[in-house]
Write a protein that binds this ligand. Structure first.
Ligand SMILES: [Zn+2]
Ligand SMILES: [Zn+2]
Length: 349
């Protein structure tokens, strides 16, 4: 079968691999129908994901049809349309029981798919713990609508949850890329008073506004850092944002995140950085901030699918490009280099 493989040293190539087979009775084999490239795949390519093992098929955000199940799999059966969770998890360890599935202690647990075990930029994928990692797609939900359930929407949903948003809050989201837009979308579920989107890409900001995801757009490219802080204060009773989501992962966006937060705010760091970040504690002193850092816990896919079906989460606006697996490498070039105003690429397999 065709598969995209991380070869190490900055290389992902489209090549041939054997079709996977069941290894454990809790596994399922999924025939991939629609897949996509995530920013994490680009981080893997850059060698910035220490857990990524060269030789692994990449891809951790995809939907498909169950082809085969192990004898212990109860919740899905061959023929079911399913969304695949970015995280495979045992469901029984200390962390899983508390919903911290990112920290599942099983050797195949946590974020393994597409970095340590073969993923879904391929024609087929083996999914360990299939009962936990597969979510059935209702007939009324299309593959495109379901595509981001297991990773981007899970990330946004998890971020909004840890952000402790209360009704009427001013929420600031740094980064209006795919994960930022999903974070805004999920933050809306908590009825904030206002969502401020911050990005240097005015096209992405417009996407946020046009789809009702943000109320205020701020472009740090048009102002100094101090002006940005002032602008956020003006939108938040002179205080600063009640919850800040750092989803940009840029050179100085971590610093911006804590600066635009009001005292005692939650600053949720969702972005995956390629470089270390510094905490200037003397300058932060007295602001009494609460930092939470990421690694999505993808434990709410069932709920997310219900919200998609109800029309409360709709990510179709994220899909700017469509292509096929044969053209995956071209899609990587467009996605990595942010060409043609790309947000997400739906790749038909
Ligand atoms: Zn991802
Ligand atoms: Zn576990």
């Amino acid at each position: 079968m065709k598969a995209a493989v991380y070869e190490g040293e900055g290389k992902i190539v489209l090549t041939q691999r054997p079709v996977p087979s069941l290894q454990e009775d809790t596994d399922a084999i999924v025939r991939v129908t629609l897949t996509t490239i995530c920013s994490s795949d680009i981080h893997i390519k850059h060698g910035a994901v220490p857990r990524a093992v060269p030789g692994t098929i990449v891809g951790h955000e995809f939907v498909g049809i169950v082809e085969q199940t192990g004898s212990a799999v109860k919740k899905v059966k061959p023929g079911d349309r399913v969304a695949v969770n970015v995280e495979t998890f045992c469901g029984t360890c200390f962390y899983c029981k508390q919903g911290y599935v990112n920290n599942c202690t099983d050797r195949q647990g946590g974020w393994a798919l597409g970095c340590r075990i073969d993923g879904g930029q391929a024609e087929y994928a083996r999914i360990p713990f299939a009962d936990n990692g597969l979510t059935k797609i209702p007939d009324s939900v299309t593959d495109e609508q379901a595509l981001f359930t297991g990773d981007l929407l899970s990330t946004g949903y998890w971020a909004a949850k840890i952000g402790e948003i209360t009704p009427g809050d001013t929420v600031a989201v740094l980064g209006a890329g795919p994960a930022g837009l999903c974070t805004m979308m999920c933050a809306r579920l908590y009825s904030p008073g206002k969502i401020i989107a911050v990005d240097t890409d005015s096209r992405r900001l417009q996407t946020a506004r046009e789809n009702g995801l943000a109320d205020v757009l701020l472009n740090p490219g048009d102002m100094t850092g101090e002006e940005l802080e002032t602008a956020v204060k003006q939108e938040s009773h002179g205080r600063g944002a009640d919850a800040v989501f750092e989803v940009a992962g840029g050179e100085d966006t971590f610093q911006t995140a804590w600066k635009i937060a009001r005292p005692n705010a939650v600053v949720a760091v969702v972005a995956m950085y390629e470089e270390d970040q510094t905490l200037p504690l003397p300058r932060m002193y007295g602001k009494n901030l609460i930092f939470k850092t990421g690694g999505v816990d993808g434990s709410e896919c069932g709920r997310i699918m219900e919200l998609i079906q109800a029309g409360m989460l709709n990510t179709e606006c994220l899909i700017t490009h469509r292509t096929t697996l044969d053209n995956l490498m071209e899609a990587y070039d467009i996605f990595e280099n942010k060409k043609e105003g790309v947000i997400k690429i739906a790749v038909t397999v």
